[in-house]
Design a protein around this ligand. Structure first.
Ligand code: CDP
Length: 217
């Protein structure tokens, strides 16, 4: 029986950790589409591809030799056989990723790959990102928007990054990136049929449980 759980949300909403745990509990495959945009960004930066050059970024998306984990138990991302699991989380990639993600031709190619991966897993997968409920898998059995107040999101991302950043740096990484991203994908408001889960006042376990209630309803 197919069970695609589409989860969208902004940075710091707890999307990745919650999605992964939901996949574990339900024994579903897991796809972090953000990791794909990050991997493409790493590839462009490494190959000196101009991020404003839409045609070049689009070509890079087609050329990208990408392997990524589709299991919630494992975390690996490889580009051309090189392990980039940690490298794609570096601040330099975080600040460049929106430029790549707003290149429509590159999105088309990554969306095609995402749909292919969903099919490959017989449509039994938790898929998280920014445009999953609306573009990648609008026909998903479960569609959820995981939100949190800006304050909660900044706090979580700050903890995740080791608490070494000042408020201004964090805002630059989180709020500014969301603003850029939302020029092409709207993940700030739930589309029709999408359930909103606000995690501002919930801890991790409570958020996972609330998500599981939505899935099994
Ligand atoms: O770090 P965070 O969890 O907020 O982001 P991510 O899920 O790793 O995604 C990184 C970036 O990829 C986002 O800032 C977007 O620019 C882009 N992205 C996207 O455009 N569409 C998606 N479905 C997923 C990510």
């Amino acid at each position: 029986r197919p069970l695609v759980v589409a989860i969208d949300g902004p940075s710091g909403s707890g999307k990745s950790s919650v999605s992964k745990e939901v996949a574990r509990r339900l024994r579903l495959a897991y796809l972090d589409t953000g990791a794909m945009y990050r991997a493409l960004t790493w590839y462009c930066v490494t190959h000196g591809i101009e991020l404003n050059d839409a045609a070049a970024v689009e070509q890079a998306a087609r050329d990208l030799v990408l392997e990524l984990s589709t299991s919630p138990q494992e975390d690996y991302v490889r580009v051309d056989g090189v392990d980039v699991t940690d490298a794609i989380r570096e601040p330099a990639i975080s600040s460049a990723v929106s430029a790549v993600a707003t290149t429509l031709g590159a999105r088309t190619e990554l969306i095609r790959r995402q749909r292919e991966l969903i099919e490959k897993h017989h449509r039994r997968m938790v898929v998280e990102g920014r445009d999953i409920t609306t573009v990648v898998a609008p026909g998903a059995e479960v569609r959820m928007l995981l939100t949190a107040s800006e304050e909660a999101r900044l706090r979580r991302r700050g903890i995740q990054l080791g608490g070494t950043q000042d408020a201004e740096q964090l805002a630059a990484q989180v709020t500014h990136r969301d603003a850029k991203d939302s020029t092409v994908v709207n993940f700030t408001k739930a589309a029709s049929g999408v359930v909103t889960l606000d995690s501002s006042d919930l801890d991790f376990d409570q958020t996972v449980n609330a998500a599981l209630v939505i899935v099994t309803k």
